[in-house]
Design a protein around this ligand. Structure first.
Ligand code: FAD
Length: 529
């Protein structure tokens, strides 16, 4: 039997981040990954001969600059580039709205739809930036925890004081964004449907909710706290795809002496005397460890990998109620040529490198959500199309392309007990037809496709109900309540068992923050950091 100081279940980006920080602190670390490749939802794979793409997560912004620096990701080859245009929103009448690259470009564009909205844009962005800055202050630290004794009280006071320092107007904005729907907030700010749609898209990502659902304002804000190469709020592309991030992390882990084993699914965490003491693999092998750290989500850990008798009943019941289910379908397509949006042609242009959003209005999104609630999938889904091969020639053969299609809404579980295995191709056709509506050469240009339904996301990555964030980003599951109030400090009711994945603060996205924060809690428990 081997013993290590910390055994991490899962080599997602947070598991790898946590491993690196623990190893830097002198711990002997081992990581066990179920799949044949490290990276979890941040991974690049060949899905058709000659065509590679980020399989699940597909665009970078939230990865924390301190994590990038501490893990020497640039030295390990990570390079991130900007999109030539932030967003492109094709419209049913053949027109389109372009966002970026600079604010002046966006204002000039929006003015074609509404001079009033163009005038209000700078104030709107300033409001979001101010709140995103506030959020940034809370990313690389554990949220206040009522169970954490004196430390918890101090953190709670600091949180109160930080909020108090914000001007009252900003506090009002914060409360509105946290409590109201993104749709309501956008309706108050703007009058033109395309601008509201393009700004509102982030509010529905992975939430399986209408932009008019209360709390969707926070989901929107969650997408604003990142940066690319120092440019706040920007989204960009990692050369080589999202797997380039986790491959760089794996190289740093290896340099630090972390042992990573792939194709090693963990079946159970061993608990003895109320303490986590190791794991049992699916093949029956046992590995002992002084501490066990779960990169998997709370639902998977507490629902499947722990003997229910080892957990307090109340905690187990709360974790069973932890809400999951993003309602997304993810496709990767190999393309013979670029899509001809709005008659602009197939020659590569700036909009081909943008986040292309098919959802011309908030009402379109709301209807798409209603459809999915009723029948399991949107008749006209919301689709974001990204064509990373326009920025990165390592992904497709010359002259050809790969595209990521991120599609909402596709119910986590289909009504009437229908199986996603039976409906996978129907759903994929719906998404392709939707894009084809705006780019009539699209369907014919698809050489191959990889389709991931909510069920496939669960089977492939262990994302319960296909939840892309390991759990809903709703107020009762955020900050000090992620995964549940009293257990938001990366520790669990079982001594020596920690969480380090997106089911903890600050939640989903390729951030590295849960891994960083968990490592700090683990090292503190060991008596030094
Ligand atoms: C379709 C999709 C699109 C997304 N788009 C974006 C995006 O564009 N940008 C962005 O920032 N974020 C995006 N996200 C969210 C982001 O990818 C995730 O929040 C993040 O990658 C989660 O990282 P993690 O390390 O916490 O967990 P994961 O990446 O889920 O890693 C957990 C690891 O545990 C492994 N595992 C599971 N069960 C076991 C077991 N029993 N034994 C051993 N190992 C196990 C898994 O294989 C996995 O490698 C997206 C996610 C998805 C799914």
């Amino acid at each position: 039997m081997n013993t290590c100081d910390a055994l991490i279940i899962g080599a997602g980006h947070n598991g790898l981040t946590c491993a690196c920080y623990l190893a830097r602190a002198g711990l002997k670390v081992r990581v066990l990954e179920a799949r044949h490749v490290v990276g979890g939802a941040a991974v690049t794979e060949e899905f058709h001969p000659g065509f590679r793409n980020s399989v699940a997560s597909y665009t970078v912004s939230l990865l924390h600059p301190q994590v990038i620096a501490d893990l020497r990701l640039a030295e390990h080859g990570l390079r991130m580039v900007f999109r030539p245009m932030a967003n492109f929103l094709p419209l049913p009448d053949g027109d389109a709205l372009r966002i970026g690259p600079a604010l002046a470009d966006t204002q000039a564009e929006v003015r074609r739809f509404s001079a009033r909205d163009a005038g209000r844009l700078p104030d709107y962005y300033a409001m979001l930036d101010r709140l995103a800055d506030e959020l940034r202050g809370w990313i690389l630290r554990a949220p206040p925890d009522p169970n954490a004794g004196l430390g918890g009280i101090v953190e709670t006071l600091k949180a109160g004081l930080a909020l108090k320092r914000l001007p009252v107007a900003a506090q009002r904005d914060l409360i509105e964004l946290f409590g109201r729907s993104a749709g309501e907030v956008l309706d108050d700010w703007f009058e033109s449907e395309p601008i509201k749609a393009v700004l509102g898209f982030d509010s529905i990502v992975g939430a399986y909710a209408s932009p008019y659902a209360p709390g969707s304002g926070y989901v929107q804000l969650h997408h604003c706290f990142g940066e690319v190469n120092g440019r706040k709020g920007a989204w960009g592309h990692a050369i080589g795809g999202m797997g380039a991030i986790t491959q760089a992390m794996a190289r740093e882990a290896e340099r630090l002496g972390v042992v990573v084993t792939t194709e090693a699914p963990v079946a159970r965490v061993k608990v003895a005397g109320g303490r986590a003491v190791g794991v049992v693999l699916a093949n029956g092998d046992e590995i002992d460890a002084k501490r066990v750290v779960a990169n998997v989500g709370p639902r998977l850990l507490f629902g499947s990998l722990i003997d229910p008798g080892a957990l307090p009943q109340d905690f187990r019941a709360r974790m069973a109620r932890f809400k999951t289910g993003s309602g997304v379908l993810r496709m990767n397509v190999a393309l013979a040529e670029l899509p001809d949006f709005c008659g602009l042609g197939t020659r590569q242009q700036a909009h081909h490198g943008a986040g292309i959003i098919i959802a011309p209005s908030l009402d379109y999104m709301d209807q798409a959500h209603t459809d999915a609630r009723e029948s399991g999938m949107s008749e006209r889904p919301v689709v974001e199309v990204l064509i990373p091969s326009t920025l990165d020639d390592s992904l497709a053969p010359a002259g050809m392309h790969v595209a990521s299609l991120f599609c909402q809404y596709f119910a986590p579980r289909l009504p009437g007990g229908a199986s996603w295995d039976a409906m996978r191709e129907t759903a994929a056709d719906l998404a392709i037809d939707t894009v084809n509506h705006y780019a009539p050469n699209f369907r014919a240009s698809v050489i191959a496709r990889q389709v991931l339904t909510p069920l496939d996301l669960e089977r492939t990555f262990g994302l319960i109900d296909g939840d892309i964030f390991h759990g809903r980003l709703s107020l009762e599951q955020l900050f000090s309540s992620r995964p549940t109030l009293g257990q938001a400090d990366y520790r669990t009711p079982i001594a020596g068992l920690y969480l380090c994945g997106s089911g903890t603060h600050p939640g989903g996205g390729v951030t590295g923050a849960p891994g960083f924060n968990a490592a700090r809690a683990i090292v503190r428990d060991r008596g030094r950091f």
